[in-house]
Design a protein around this ligand. Structure first.
Ligand SMILES: *[C@@H]1O[C@H](CO)[C@@H](O)[C@H](O)[C@H]1NC(C)=O
Ligand SMILES: *[C@@H]1O[C@H](CO)[C@@H](O)[C@H](O)[C@H]1NC(C)=O
Ligand SMILES: *[C@@H]1O[C@H](CO)[C@@H](O)[C@H](O)[C@H]1NC(C)=O
Length: 478
């Protein structure tokens, strides 16, 4: 009897633990706002709620965004930007002010459920050449002190989203180590996180591995098994995510924190801007990832223990992001800039498909196209201007409007600029080469017919990612 009772108790406990773990390992999203026409924050919050998304990661602490999140029940990570690190690291008063302005005034009953503060964003990125490294621990120490004073320290935790380039391996995941120059700071960071019960946050991008390395086995980037599994002693890796994750587990183990919880701060797949960035691949990757996480399989080094949280990158497209990394950079959203689902996706949160944003305010359906009566020989400077301000990335190889011909190109670029300028009549001049149209021209429709996603959207009256303009952003452009 006693044995049976003990077994029953164990089963109940295990069941309860399992349930708690499942409840904790949630799929969240990143909400970035590098857009000239942002959907109103309230529309975006409603979009998340309709899709039962309960965790969101922000890159700053935008007052409009935070006000919209108040009372939503959504758990929020706000961010100290890299540019703010130096002053906060150097001054307790600056840290106090930051917490007062960007955290304290939002929390409380009916307020914003801020759970994490990200101290910097990928501050150890190799390309920053160490410029932020020395600020991280002092900034964390100061902000922690501010949280204690504000009586928030037991609720709001500090984290540091790291790029996966913080660690490396000469061969297999078990050989993972932090970059030599980061060993000391990572040890301090891990100690800090461990003592406050916060996870190590890492951004993992199999897409970039594939994009940057022509030898990278295509199927290893996804989750359907690989013809190129990676054998590491007793462990076999069938996908890049598991391999990368366990490389971090090994690196943490080598500095004495092999059991530190890990959350994924950013992960995703873009839908255009490179040949391997397309709707099919993005859907396959994100669905494969979600299925993998929600199955609670874990990885060979952490079997049965999925990451603490996984924040998809990204909720929405951001058409003003720098394209230095590549044209794909503006196309990471599972939703377009205006909250329309790009492909079917089951987030594992209760809805079997994505629900679109409702009540998105658009500008009227008006267009700017290449004047068919004009010779376009002198168009290139106008194109350059339009595309330097507005988004033309879909016109390039790997973009959904690639190959729509010169007139299509020009119309797309002119229109993109005209919409970005909120349909200001003067923004469709282009030395007489532009022509305003009350509706979609033949050229545009023809382009739309021939091309893929973004182009196809023009049939619904939204030609480019910046074509439809939320009316509420008719104020100053960002
Ligand atoms: C913190 O709040 C201040 C005041 O609203 C704002 O100027 C600053 O940009 C905020 N910081 C971030 C990272 O959003
Ligand atoms: C989409 O991307 C995948 C993954 O890289 C690639 O295998 C496939 O050929 C691409 N599809 C198209 C239509 O370009
Ligand atoms: C359209 O623009 C893209 C991107 O600049 C370019 O690669 C392509 O050749 C252009 N097509 C024509 C017909 O000009």
């Amino acid at each position: 009897m006693a044995a049976r009772a003990a077994a029953l108790l164990a089963a109940i406990l295990l069941g309860a633990l399992g349930a708690a773990r499942r409840a904790d390992a949630a799929i969240g999203v990143n909400w970035g706002t590098v857009s000239s026409h942002r959907a109103p924050p309230g529309v975006v919050v409603d979009l998340m709620r309709a899709n039962r998304i309960s965790k969101v990661k922000l890159f700053d602490a935008d007052p409009g965004v935070l006000r919209a999140l108040a009372g939503s029940g959504i758990q929020v990570m706000v961010g100290v930007t890299n540019g703010e690190l130096a002053s906060i690291a150097g001054s307790q008063a600056a840290a106090d002010a930051w917490v007062a302005q960007n955290v304290s005034r939002y929390v409380g009953r009916g307020g914003v459920d801020i759970r994490y503060i990200a101290v910097g964003n990928e501050p150890f990125l190799t390309s920053y050449q160490g410029q932020f490294e020395s600020y991280i621990i002092p900034a964390m120490t100061n902000i922690q002190q501010s949280l204690v004073k504000a009586n928030l320290a037991s609720y709001v935790k500090l984290v540091v989203p790291c790029n996966a380039d913080a660690y490396e391996s000469a061969s297999v995941p078990s050989q993972g180590v932090f970059r030599a120059e980061l060993t000391q700071i990572m040890t301090q960071l891990a100690a800090f996180l461990s003592s406050s019960g916060a996870p190590f946050i890492v951004n993992i991008y199999p897409f970039l591995s594939l994009y940057q390395n022509s030898d990278f086995p295509q199927d290893y980037a996804f989750f359907e098994g690989s013809t190129h599994p990676l054998v590491d002693g007793p462990n076999v890796y069938y996908n890049a995510f598991d391999g990368n994750f366990d490389t971090l587990v090994s690196a943490l183990g080598k500095i004495g924190y092999g059991n530190l919880p890990i959350a994924i701060g950013e992960i995703g797949w873009p839908t255009e801007g490179a040949p391997s960035a397309n709707l099919t691949a993005a859907r396959a990757f994100n669905q494969g990832l979600i299925n993998r996480i929600t199955s609670n399989k874990g990885t060979p080094l952490r079997p049965g223990v999925p990451p603490a949280d996984v924040y998809l990158f990204s909720l929405l497209d951001e058409e003003q992001k720098s394209i230095l990394p590549g044209n794909f950079e503006r196309h990471w959203g599972i939703f377009s800039f205006d909250g329309q689902a790009k492909y079917p996706l089951n987030l594992g949160l209760g809805n079997s498909v994505l629900k679109n944003a409702k009540e998105v305010p658009y500008l009227p359906s008006r267009w700017c196209v290449a004047n068919p009566a004009r010779n376009l020989d002198s168009v290139s400077d106008h194109m350059k201007l339009a595309c330097s301000m507005a988004d033309c990335t879909t016109l390039y190889y790997g973009g959904s409007c690639y190959g729509i011909g010169q007139k299509g190109n020009v119309s797309y670029a002119f229109n993109s600029y005209y919409q970005q300028q909120k349909q200001d009549p003067n923004s469709c001049d282009f030395g007489g080469l532009g022509l305003r149209k009350p509706r979609c021209s033949f050229i545009v429709l023809e382009a739309a017919r021939r091309a893929g996603s973004s182009c196809r959207r023009s049939k619904r009256g939204r030609m480019s990612p910046s074509a439809a303009v939320p009316a509420s952003s008719t104020g100053t452009l960002k």
